[in-house]
Design a protein around this ligand. Structure first.
Ligand code: NAD
Ligand code: ZN
Length: 282
């Protein structure tokens, strides 16, 4: 904890007050947004307590709250003054929440680091056993990748978009199921499978790389089914996505393990085929 106090003292050097968030992504995003707005910004320190928040939402400065008209419609980019991560906090996290965070780790592996994907596959048991040094390595590597991407493109005008891998179909799936059935990471897992199927369909990704991704996802355990969710619903939700630029949907496609490309010409026919391959009904 002395590191927390050190971070607070540093953050407070020139400010009257500090918001410290202690919780998962929901708390961090919401209290972080409060910190960004109050007095036009007070110092902010995140102490993330879920795996998803430790590897993803606490890093990168996106804060916000949901609105009835859409997720994250109200928000800001507001960098925390410090993020203090203690993997031992994950000891009490329910297995399903833990797994949900791991899908975001798989995302980093697939977009940026074959070694990370390989590590999740190889050390799955020690990861689930929450062995501290194994977790520290996995979380540290994930944070490094996210911070590196965000440092180059804070406002998501270019490179940062790769972190949306799996999030186009993923967000659509969360939205059509009213954010109730899937944890965010679970929806992203489906989204990654859809993007990989799309990429294979246009010969941008080798089938063996799609299979490797699918194998790691499956090895983590069961996902809530999608068999009663229709492709038409997903397509409808995608049309309302924030990632629409000038009426075209930006889609992050994997081109290998650790490599991506962004396209904006995915057709409904391709989408329908990929959704069917992943198990959505027609
Ligand atoms: N800002 C970003 O860049 C960003 C990135 C990804 C996701 N998000 C957002 O993050 C949210 C999801 O975050 P989340 O997955 O952390 O969910 P969450 O904050 O809802 O936490 C999940 C559950 O775990 C409980 N919990 C938290 N820490 C615990 C612990 N140590 N032990 C036991 N239980 C614990 C919480 O009370 C909650 O019930 C979504 O709203 C998503 O939009 C934001
Ligand atoms: Zn995410």
């Amino acid at each position: 904890m002395s590191r927390v106090y050190e971070a607070l003292i540093r953050a407070n050097a020139d400010r009257a007050s500090t918001v410290i968030t202690f919780g998962g992504g929901v708390i961090g995003d919401m209290a972080g947004f409060a910190a960004a707005s109050y007095l036009r910004g007070v110092a902010l320190v995140h102490v993330p307590t879920t795996l998803l928040a430790q590897v993803d939402s606490s890093i990168g400065g996106k804060v916000g709250v949901n609105h009835a008209l859409g997720k994250n419609l109200i928000g800001a980019f507001y960098q925390p003054h410090a993020v203090v991560i203690d993997p031992s906090l994950l000891g009490t996290l329910p297995r399903r929440e833990f797994r949900a965070g791991l899908y975001e780790v798989i995302k980093y592996g697939m977009t940026s680091s074959p070694a990370l994907l390989e590590r999740v596959a190889r050390e799955r048991k020690a990861i689930f056993a929450r062995t501290p040094d194994v977790l520290t390595a996995v979380i540290g590597e994930s944070c490094r990748i996210k911070a590196e991407v965000v440092a180059q493109d804070e406002k998501e005008s270019g490179l940062r978009r790769i972190l949306n891998f799996g999030h186009t179909a993923g967000h659509a799936l969360e939205s059509v199921t009213k954010y109730r059935r899937y944890r965010h990471g679970e929806a992203v897992a489906y989204g990654m499978l859809v993007a990989a199927a799309l990429a294979v369909g246009r010969d941008a990704l080798a089938e063996r790389d799609r299979q490797a991704l699918a194998d790691v996802i499956v090895s983590l355990g069961p996902l809530p089914p999608v068999t009663d969710v229709s492709s038409a619903e997903i397509l409808g939700a995608m049309r309302h996505d924030k990632k629409m630029v000038a009426g075209r949907l930006n889609f992050v496609l994997p081109t290998g393990i650790g490599a991506t490309t962004i396209v904006d010409d995915v057709t409904e026919k391709e989408m329908n085929k990929a959704l069917a391959q992943v198990g959505f009904h027609r």
